[in-house]
Every structure is written in structure tokens, then in C-alpha cells.
Write a protein that binds this ligand. Structure first.
Ligand SMILES: CC(C)(COP(=O)(O)OP(=O)(O)OC[C@H]1O[C@@H](n2cnc3c(N)ncnc32)[C@H](O)[C@@H]1OP(=O)(O)O)[C@@H](O)C(=O)NCCC(=O)NCCS
Length: 133
């Protein structure tokens, strides 16, 4: 049975699902500190096993949608909409002045929820730490 919950995933299942979905590996000690600081998190479980997730991080003035992932065995079944529905409900509860950003690996996922490439600014990302040395 598939269950959608507004809850923070545990460190190992979070890190494992990121990797399984092809997202970058995260430092597990850093994840243990960061996950409880989530503004909002959603999990999708089947028989208790994490198969989908997403988070909103930030401070309420600036927030970022992140860690959106569905296990490859369960992609293409519409599960990401359940994740995004929960996230959009959370975003709707924030003040209208809140700036909401994300880095989209797949823009088609977010466009239908109203996200668009801004005209006046361009997203930038600091190079990964190992490459900065
Ligand atoms: C991206 C990802 C979260 C999508 O999850 P999913 O559960 O497989 O996606 P869904 O089955 O819910 O499909 C989402 C919607 O996009 C549509 N879609 C799927 N693939 C598409 C494509 N290549 N182009 C356009 N639309 C597409 C679906 O038809 C569906 O539309 P609907 O909501 O109107 O029915 C999942 O593939 C994943 O985890 N990918 C790897 C990690 C990743 O890239 N995360 C996003 C980081 S920004």
C-alpha cells in the first residue's frame, strides 16, 4: 500500500533514495543535521519502504524546493504529483512575499505547478567542493 505523509525521511533512506534516483550522494553526517531543519518534507512509502520524497528548505523568507525523487522502479506512475501536491500546499501557506526557488534537472516536472525561468535573474551554483581545491 502506498502512503503519502508529511514527514522527514530518515538519514539513510534519504541518502539511498537520492543515489538510486541518480541525484548526487550526500554526506550522511551533514544530512543528519540538515534533515530536521527542513521547513517541510514529504515521503511516499510502500510497505514502509521509501519510494518517493521531496523537501522545502529555507527560512520562510527564501525557500528552496529540493530533493525531489522517485525510485527508478516506480517512476512514470504519477507519484511525483503526490510529492509536489504536498509541497505546493506548504508553499501556499507561506507569505506571498516569500521567494521560492529550485534548480530543475527536469523542467517539465515543475512548469505545470507554475514554476518558470525568471527573466531578470539567472540561477547559479558554486562548483562542487572537491573541484574547488
Ligand atoms: C523526476 C521524477 C521525480 C518524476 O517522478 P515520476 O513519479 O516518475 O513522474 P510522474 O510519473 O509523476 O510524471 C510527472 C508528470 O510529468 C510527465 N512526464 C513524465 N516524463 C516526461 C517527459 N520526459 N517530458 C514531459 N513530461 C513528462 C508525466 O506525464 C506526468 O504528467 P501528469 O502529472 O500531468 O500526469 C523522477 O523521474 C525522478 O526521481 N527522477 C530522478 C531524480 C530527479 O531528476 N529529480 C528531480 C530533480 S530537480
Amino acid at each position: 500500500m502506498v502512503e503519502v505523509r508529511d514527514e522527514i525521511p530518515a538519514v539513510d533512506e534519504f541518502c539511498d533514495l537520492r543515489i538510486a534516483a541518480g541525484l548526487s550522494a550526500m554526506d550522511r553526517a551533514a544530512a543528519a543535521v540538515a534533515l530536521p531543519r527542513s521547513l517541510h518534507a514529504v515521503t511516499i512509502r510502500e510497505d514502509g519502504v521509501l519510494i518517493g520524497m521531496g523537501r522545502v528548505v529555507g527560512d520562510g523568507l527564501h525557500v528552496q524546493v529540493t530533493d525531489i525523487a522517485v525510485h527508478p522502479d516506480r517512476q512514470g506512475e504519477g507519484l511525483s504529483r503526490l510529492v509536489l501536491d504536498s509541497i505546493m500546499r506548504h508553499l501556499a501557506s507561506l507569505p506571498r512575499s516569500t521567494i521560492v526557488t529550485l534548480f530543475a534537472d527536469v523542467d517539465w516536472l515543475y512548469q505545470k505547478f507554475g514554476f518558470a525561468v525568471p527573466n531578470a535573474s539567472v540561477g547559479m551554483m558554486l562548483k562542487q567542493w572537491p573541484e574547488r581545491a
